[in-house]
Design a binder for this molecule. Structure first.
Ligand code: GLV
Ligand code: MN
Ligand code: MN
Length: 412
């Protein structure tokens, strides 16, 4: 068991490091750290320095992820990580706290003390905010991304992910060179804030994640015709926003009406063009994000939304174009790894609850390919993806302590 004093210094360091990293942001309000931007690069340089100071050897891969290595007794790897990008005006904890916790875990061990090499990863573009997809580095490391696909993912200014990578010094043609040796991975672990209110309301300091929802994300473009708002009769309009409205309301209703309580549907983007008070909307760009632990329920909601959209489009003489930008199946966490973590928590006398994740994480695509587990720490008031996001440094230190305990037991 780690001594209280040591846990206190871990908590203090985590708090200081997260506060320092929060300054790498494009906005004053909250943290905005989109992939392949100056603030993302600055955060990466800071994390690289922290890893090196901890004694890890580091390298960057072609997707913009950072890896730190502590050699162990074998070539096998145990990987700990999370992402360093953020949403727009998000918080200082989502993702990056898991990277900082990973570095703290590595700090505790010396070279060759573990039965495997410890690899700490800061993944790039988990959120998918800039290009609409998500899980860029984790999918690239799993060998699930083709460089050609990256040309289809564009940001609001029309810059493709492929181009953005090149501009920031990454070579998208070389992502295949970074693929993990999957047969040689003993496990993957991600520490993350819960981003919901269950742990906070329960008063428990740790959550053991049982599974993660499956997600589908779409880009939708509805094209109608711009006309004078005062002179065009209602019967002669091709108003793109009417179909968008039907789609948005259907998404909300279709998810709310399902018996599965974990199914959620969100339209997070609605851009209207020309977007003026006296012109009939000619064009609307929407996004749709639907999630559930049950893939069939998720797919039913998606279908209901698009049925409503196509009906409204036909009734209003509109053209619809859709692009599915992300499809990930729900996953269960690895039972053996969960049992190891559970045992460590019992021995450390840390109470916890088992819960599923409604948020996406790098562990989602990874768990399909290698044994993976996640620990959650409580989010104050359940708030996340907003500047108010906050988690207690002592809770991160508890999670770090649990993982150290599990790894120490592993080497016995
Ligand atoms: C990432 O935070 C997501 O769940 O969208
Ligand atoms: Mn997030
Ligand atoms: Mn996250």
């Amino acid at each position: 068991m780690l001594e209280e004093q040591m846990v206190g210094s871990i908590a203090q360091r985590i708090q200081q490091e997260l506060a320092a990293l929060s300054h790498y942001s494009a906005t004053e309000k909250g943290v905005t750290r989109l992939p392949f931007t100056k603030e993302a690069e600055d955060a990466l340089v800071c994390l690289e320095k922290m890893m090196k100071e901890t004694g890890l050897s580091t390298c960057r891969d072609h997707s913009g992820a950072l890896h730190g290595f502590l050699p162990g007794k074998s070539e096998k790897r145990f990987i700990i990580g999370s992402h360093y990008d953020s949403v727009v005006e998000g918080g200082a904890y989502d993702g990056i706290a898991g990277v900082v916790c990973g570095i703290e875990i590595a700090r505790h061990f010396s070279t060759d003390s573990l039965p495997f090499t410890l690899e700490i990863v800061a993944f790039n573009d988990e959120e998918g905010v800039r290009f609409g997809g998500g899980f860029l580095s984790s999918k690239a490391l799993l060998g699930e991304l083709k460089s050609e696909e990256l040309k289809k993912y564009c940001d609001a200014d029309g810059v493709s992910c492929y181009e953005a990578m090149q501009r920031s010094g990454c070579d998208p043609e070389k992502i295949a060179e970074d693929v993990w040796p999957l047969e040689n991975i003993a496990g993957f672990l991600e520490i993350h804030i819960e981003q919901g209110a269950r742990l906070y309301q329960s008063g428990l300091p740790i959550g053991l994640v049982t599974g993660i929802v499956g997600m589908r994300r779409f880009d939708i473009e509805i094209t109608g015709r711009a006309d004078h708002a005062g002179t065009t009769p209602m019967t002669m309009r091709a108003d793109a926003l009417t179909a968008a409205a039907a789609f948005i309301l259907t998404a909300q209703k279709a998810a709310a009406e399902r018996a599965a309580p974990d199914v959620v549907a969100t339209v997070g983007v609605c851009e209207v063009k020309p977007g003026t008070v006296n012109t009939v909307p000619a064009f609307v760009h929407l996004t749709l994000d639907v999630r559930s632990l049950d893939a069939a329920v998720r797919d039913e909601v998606v279908e209901t939304c698009f049925d409503a959209l196509h009906k409204a489009a036909a009734a209003n003489d509109l053209a619809v174009k859709t692009q599915e930008k992300l499809t990930v199946a729900p996953v269960k966490m690895d039972e053996t790894l969960m049992a190891r973590l559970s045992e460590a928590m019992t021995e450390e006398d840390i109470p916890y609850m088992a819960l599923a994740s409604g948020a996406g994480h790098d562990a989602l695509p990874i768990a399909r390919r290698v044994p993976a587990a996640m620990l959650f720490v409580p989010s104050r008031d359940g708030r996340s993806h907003c500047p108010e996001e906050y988690s207690e440094p002592e809770d991160f230190a508890r999670a770090v302590r649990v993982v150290i305990h599990m790894l120490e037991d592993w080497s016995e």
